[in-house]
Design a protein around this ligand. Sequence first.
Ligand code: CMP
Length: 135
Amino acid sequence: MERTLVLIKPDGVRRGIVGEVVSRIERKGLKIVALEMRTLDTDTAKTHYEEHAEKPFFGSLVEFITGGPLVALVVEGGRAIEAFRALAGATDPVTAAPGTIRGDFALEVQQNIVHGSDSTYSAEREIKLFFPDLG
Ligand code: CMP
């Protein structure tokens, strides 16, 4: 079994599609093992997105992700990382396939509704950051 960290970002919460995203995860057959709504502080946001620290959009990304409550989930299943990334669709919602979360609900690359860990290494790091007590 593999685990991945999923974020329903502040735009997803504002849009009122938390239930829709959770439902897609569950319908796929993935299991939710942790779920919490919280507003990120700047330090946690910077640590979460540390691989993007040198990118020109980093400051704006940190501002966006700390700008309102988000929902963090740990999702488990066979090949959960790849399975959730397929549900989410491409990072840029304009090119994300219709039928994916980003393809169906977003237009802007920053406000792309969800985040999913991109590797086993990132998943472990991100799950520890958000849910340090999870066994
Ligand atoms: P996510 O999968 O959470 O990983 C990094 C995030 O940075 C990405 O989703 C987008 O929200 C954001 N992002 C990626 N590329 C850009 C960009 N060119 N401009 C602004 N934000 C971006």
